[in-house]
Design a protein around this ligand. Structure first.
Ligand SMILES: [Zn+2]
Length: 418
């Protein structure tokens, strides 16, 4: 086994060197549309100086997310890189507003910088069949004068945990939001506090050595964040605010470009926007970003929960809180998230983790309430969607359940190039 593994590793490393340089090609693109349709358009290409992602794990086989970016070698047509991801725009498409309005939102993906011409394709998942279809296909010439190669503003960056080569580690970035020039020390202290909390949270506690952690400072003109529903508007570096889709606790930014501009020279696998505020709130989209506030009493739970979304593609397991989404899950199909099921294709989920004889679905009672099973309620719906345990981080800040934990560990393996 050892020898075979080493051979495969050699082959994959060769693939990276054949097709890519250890730099980033950042692709900014617009998604526009409404509840019925969407389309994609390239806005800007940028060359950025580092590649912090894996160099062996170039093809994403998780199948997570609403979108994929696929990169093909132009000559051989071979798939040489892919990654799935979610966007906030995709969530917006499930709101009532998207039934009556058409909008365009900025988005961003990063791929390793190609050595030769490539074909880059964006695909989107059609929820009526769960299959991906092509949104946009474009040829990119790495020599093109239309790729912006400008250095951006160098923010203060503190590496708060260094475990080695970024290509073999998960590079987790805390990015400051709503911290003024006078509050930069507080930001670094807050980032360290969050880091320590993460590595005390199972299963992350087992894998501390697989992470590099960075605190990327930004200076906001005003302290805090906006809360449009309360008439509070703050001039901050990353334009975050509560009341996303009208929900008071849903704290996000619609604007991903300032985030990517802030971290342009830092190796990155995962982004958490640390927001200098006290009110409960946060958000997280798979392989996009997560965010939460620094100083609420439930802040560290919110962090682990939102990071579960953005890092490992975990679904919400709660089903009693209000959300702005309508028909978020199509019950005729198996959702892609690893921690919920509609029982349409449960074999792909946590069936192998169930003790023999566990009834599917599992009735919730005194005997089963602390065990793994298949409990009805999850993914914002009390009926038709099932969760692995009664209480999990993805429901109400209990410890991550076995299905969520396994998904997190698989993602740590992938991003640390195991
Ligand atoms: Zn869970």
């Amino acid at each position: 086994m050892f020898v075979l593994g080493a051979c495969l590793q050699g082959a994959a490393q060769g693939t990276f060197e054949k097709y890519f340089e250890k730099k980033t090609l950042r692709i900014d693109f617009a998604l526009s549309g409404n509840a019925q349709t969407q389309s994609a358009a390239i806005q800007q290409l940028r060359e950025e100086p580092v590649w912090g992602g894996p160099i062996k794990n170039l093809i994403d086989t998780f199948g997570y997310g609403g979108y994929y970016v696929n990169v093909y070698d132009k000559t051989s047509k071979e798939l040489i890189f892919s990654r799935g991801f979610n966007t906030l725009f995709e969530e917006w498409r499930t709101t009532a507003q998207a039934k009556v309005e058409t909008q365009a939102w900025n988005n961003c993906v990063c791929i390793p910088f190609p050595k030769d011409k490539v074909i880059v394709e964006f695909t989107a998942r059609d929820k009526s069949c769960m299959q991906f279809h092509s949104l946009l296909k474009t040829e990119i010439d790495p020599q093109s004068i239309f790729i912006d190669r400008t250095a951006l503003k160098k923010n203060p960056v503190v590496k708060i945990q260094d475990k080695g080569d970024s290509n073999e580690k998960v590079d987790l970035l805390f990015v400051a939001e709503g911290y003024t020039a006078a509050e930069q020390d507080k930001f670094v202290k807050d980032a360290k506090r969050f880091m320590e909390a993460l590595f005390k949270t199972p299963p992350f506690d087992q894998r501390r050595d697989d992470f590099n952690v960075w605190a990327v400072g930004t200076i906001s003109e005003e302290s805090g964040t906006s809360s449009s529903g309360k008439g509070i508007y703050k001039n901050t570096a990353l334009n975050t605010g509560y009341y996303t889709f009208g929900v008071d606790r849903y704290l996000t930014t619609q604007d991903i470009k300032p985030i990517r501009d802030a971290i342009w020279n830092v190796p990155c696998d995962a982004i958490f926007l640390l927001i200098n505020a006290e009110t409960y709130g946060g958000g997280g989209m798979y392989n996009f970003y997560a965010c939460g506030t620094a100083d609420n009493e439930r802040t560290l739970g919110v962090f682990a929960h939102e990071f579960g979304h953005s890092f490992a593609g975990l679904a919400d397991e709660y089903f009693t809180s209000t959300v702005a989404y309508e028909d978020f899950y199509n019950l005729k199909h198996e959702p892609w998230e690893p921690n919920i099921t509609t029982l349409v294709d449960f074999d792909k989920k946590w069936k192998d983790l169930l003790p023999e004889g566990t009834p599917i679905p599992t009735p919730l009672n005194d005997k089963t309430k602390d065990k793994i099973g298949v409990f009805e309620g999850g993914g914002y719906l009390a009926k038709g969607i099932y969760r692995p345990v009664d209480h999990c981080m993805m429901r109400d800040y209990a410890p991550f359940c076995p299905a969520c934990s396994r998904a997190i560990l698989k993602m740590v393996d992938f991003l640390s190039d195991k």
